[in-house]
Design a protein around this ligand. Sequence first.
Ligand SMILES: Cc1cc2nc3c(=O)[nH]c(=O)nc-3n(C[C@H](O)[C@H](O)[C@H](O)COP(=O)(O)OP(=O)(O)OC[C@H]3O[C@@H](n4cnc5c(N)ncnc54)[C@H](O)[C@@H]3O)c2cc1C
Length: 480
Amino acid sequence: MPRDFLKGCHDTYDVVVIGSGLAGMTTANILGRAGHRVLLLEQHYKLGGLATWFRRPGSHIFDISLHGFPAGMLKSCRRYWNDEIASNIVQLKNIRFDNPMFSLTTTFNRDDFTRLLTTDFGVPAESVVNFFNTARSMNFYDDQSMTTQELFDKFFPGREDVVRLLMEPITYANGSTLEDPAITYGIVFSNFMAKGVFIYEGGTDDLVGKMHKELKANGVDCRIRCDVSKIDVGPRGVQAVEVNGRRIGCSAVISNSNLNATIFNLVGEDKFDKGFVEEARQVRLNNSSTQVYMAIKEGVEIDESTGDLLFSSTAPLFRTQALLSRDITSRTFSFYYPRTRPTAKRRHAIVSSTNARYEDWSGLNAEEYEASKEDLIETTLDALDKYVPNIRDQVDHVEAATPLTFQHYTKHLSGASFGTKFEGLGVSRALPEQIAGLYHAGSVGIIMSGWLGAINYGVIVANDVDQHLMQSAGSKVTAT
Ligand SMILES: Cc1cc2nc3c(=O)[nH]c(=O)nc-3n(C[C@H](O)[C@H](O)[C@H](O)COP(=O)(O)OP(=O)(O)OC[C@H]3O[C@@H](n4cnc5c(N)ncnc54)[C@H](O)[C@@H]3O)c2cc1C
């Protein structure tokens, strides 16, 4: 008989959270801590969503999305998780850029960028100060008509090199482009510039393990291998979810699944207003990625001066289309030194990431797909050889992930790395106005994606759901 992953589950909960990405887990944790009865359902065999890892023989562990996040994670983890998790967040100090326009190393914060822009790039100090102040003062409610390209044209006209320095890492960090609203750039850039780039020391396996422990301590019922197929909606709003052949009742559902999948697959468009469905159809998915994972042989040491994060490109100019092209010219290398996992066996790993389009991979037959992955691996090793000489002699294991891999493991439509484009945020926020008790928390709208964005969006939605549950409980008391 197949194992029952819902064994011991109750028939009803106050809240069901669909998906255990960082937003899903954070929402579940806050609501569990507040005393609500919470069920967290994850279709994969591990918690974490894109914040995940995998092991390979030789004591190698690879992190999928642990490349860097802003300092804000410290506060969010301390407040909404615990001190133990927050205390493992450390700064990456060695961020490198290498492209035909410039090569430099930076601590990636406002002071160091000001130094670089004024000294190395010769930009007047006043323009730099004004630019930073403008970016820092941006918020979600600002005018959204200005694009990032227009923002750069205003402060650094004709300076393609400056645009590249300021934009390349943010495109990598959240998939935003020069054509997106300037606020999507300004908010994320300022978050990083506040203090630099941070990482979780201990690795994603340690982080998610600690989060799971905290969820259990707060009474959250966490279940893996539970693929939710439907959110049931009745005349008064959300009433249950259907999962692994069971129906579990609830007063609220928070979907951490992809926004478009939530609306069109889990609920069904007939449950929403026509106008809302039209708006939801206009929501564009964000781009996807490819990654190449390289484990270094035991005993081989990579000097830390190689950098923590290396934005490398052979493209003469910074162009959005070039970043997405199958003809890869830009790669971001993350170097994982043994300090990433201080208590594990001494190992080095390198992960190369590149933004990618789902369509470039989805149409291939099995043979072409394997050949394309092989090509991705070989060209990545060629590119890395510049920074780690004789890399082919030093690797113990290499493999690649494509947009199809990300879609397979997370159910994100088209393997989107950062959920949806900016317009997804308004649609995500409007769900409870359409169906009482229906919420979405997860990567949307560039600002609310990435590790910090996902956690913070989880916090916002947890507060909304808490209020909804209190009101529902109040109205039930009044009715009796
Ligand atoms: C290659 C790559 C590199 C990245 N690097 C960084 C980085 O360096 N820094 C950074 O800040 N961010 C990075 N990100 C982005 C970051 O990882 C994500 O934005 C964030 O982890 C997403 O969290 P989330 O809560 O939106 O959910 P997700 O991680 O998308 O998880 C959603 C979960 O829902 C589950 N699910 C979906 N449908 C169902 C269903 N029907 N039933 C049950 N479960 C379901 C999925 O299995 C998944 O576990 C990267 C992303 C990628 C792909």
